[in-house]
Design a protein around this ligand. Structure first.
Ligand SMILES: Nc1ncnc2c1ncn2[C@@H]1O[C@H](COP(=O)(O)OP(=O)(O)OP(=O)(O)O)[C@@H](O)[C@H]1O
Ligand SMILES: [Mg+2]
Length: 208
């Protein structure tokens, strides 16, 4: 899906945090989103993800306004991901249950994610006891299991060890190649943006 933003103005208590005249996120591309702390990257992702409608301007998905069916096709991993207070396995399995996938197939898919992300060892651990990096990996596996067409990733690899970052990038590339989904990838790492993203958007801090 293509995402187009027109004349977006977002304020928190009179303070402008986003002022974007026009922005185009190409369909099927991995777009990096970069900018200083506090420039509004997470806010923009929440708006595109349909978690915040308190703004002026337009956000269009293939030329249409947000509709509730979009919830099923948009996957988001927020900067501090929320996981259910259940096991890692159950967290990743949940979207597969929602999609009506039968138990044996679910097991196969969850185990594949656990293996690909090198987190087999924490499969039965409760998600609220995980380290920051582990939680990011589980949140990413869970969102991929939901098979989204738009994937919004907010510093998903920021807490993750260098080698594991490359593993996650590989996993994401494979998902991107097999589905042609649109990805917005927030990062502070210029080198990562260069190697991983097909295009980059640099957000400026809004003028006072
Ligand atoms: N709920 C809120 N109420 C008031 N101000 C907020 C709220 N959420 C965010 N802000 C402010 O809006 C601005 C943009 O925040 P946002 O989290 O989008 O920045 P960011 O670009 O993601 O930063 P970072 O790189 O640190 O994650 C910041 O100045 C922040 O303090
Ligand atoms: Mg942020």
């Amino acid at each position: 899906m293509e995402i187009v933003i027109k004349h977006l103005l977002k304020k928190y208590n009179q303070k402008t945090v986003l002022d974007i005249p026009h922005l185009h996120v190409r369909k099927g591309q991995i777009t990096g989103l970069l900018g200083d702390n506090g420039c509004g990257k997470s806010t923009l992702l929440k708006i595109i993800g349909g978690l915040d409608f308190d703004y002026e301007g337009e956000v269009l998905y293939d030329s249409l306004h947000f509709k509730k069916e979009n919830r099923q096709i948009i996957g988001m991993v927020s900067q501090n991901p929320y996981l259910f207070k259940r096991s890692v396995y159950e967290n990743i399995e949940y979207p597969l249950k929602v999609r009506g996938i039968e138990k044996d197939k679910r097991k196969e898919i969850v185990n594949q994610f656990l293996q690909n992300m090198y987190i087999e060892g924490i499969s039965s651990q409760r998600a609220d006891t995980l380290s920051g990096g582990e939680a990011q990996k589980v949140a990413l596996a869970r969102v991929l299991a939901a098979a989204p067409k738009i994937l919004l990733l907010d510093e998903t690899t920021s807490n993750i060890h260098e080698e594991a970052v490359l593993i996650i990038e590989k996993e994401l590339k494979a998902y991107h190649q097999s589905t042609g989904c649109t990805i917005i990838f927030v990062t502070h790492n210029q080198a990562q943006a260069k190697r991983f993203c097909g295009a980059c958007i640099h957000l400026d801090l809004p003028r006072k």
